[in-house]
Design a protein around this ligand. Sequence first.
Ligand code: C5P
Length: 218
Amino acid sequence: MSSLVVAIDGPSGSGKSSTSRGVASRLGMRYLDTGAMFRAITWWMLTHDVDVTDADAVAARAGDAIIESGTDPQAPTILVDGEDASVAIRSDAVNAAVSPVSAVPAVRTRLLELQRSIIEAGSDIVVEGRDIGSVVAPGAAVKVYLTADPAARATRRAAEAGGDVATTQESLLARDRIDSGRATAPLTMADGAVHIDTTPYTLDEVVGQVVALVEAVS
Ligand code: C5P
């Protein structure tokens, strides 16, 4: 029997990671951060002198990085060629390059395969990203699309990662534009997804709303 999948999509800073980890922890489920996988492959490209503005160059190396994602919501890990890259993948250089790299179809095909193998390899799982409900796991039992107003998103992200709110907001919106406009698997609200605007809610409240959706189907 296949396991239960909870797909959580939305733009940068909408609260996906905290919500997904909170839901997975509360329900004893695994957790997969697909954004970390795109960040990891981007970091690999940057550290292997691949010109990340050249889609052909990126496509040619898309299969070369070895990426391993942990699925513990309390301690998510990401290894690139065996090395812990959890901190490196959050750098400004990766923030600036990740959306163009993620728009390259060969990168998406490579990571789609990895994502599906992790999802299918074990127990119930919460998966967060941009195309989980639409492409990676269209059969997910629960699909959630999280949004928040841009100022709230930038304020939260700046508080987590440091940096000023205005620059953070610019960077988030630039990524959103590329993620929503790309030809392959753009950021979109999947058919059947429940939209939650997290702006007025605390993290606990949003986690509670998603947990209720999961409990309603299980
Ligand atoms: O979720 P996070 O902000 O870490 O994702 C970083 C980037 O990875 C996104 O801006 C997007 O370009 C890409 N991404 C994607 N598809 C996913 C998850 C992330 O294209 N499923």
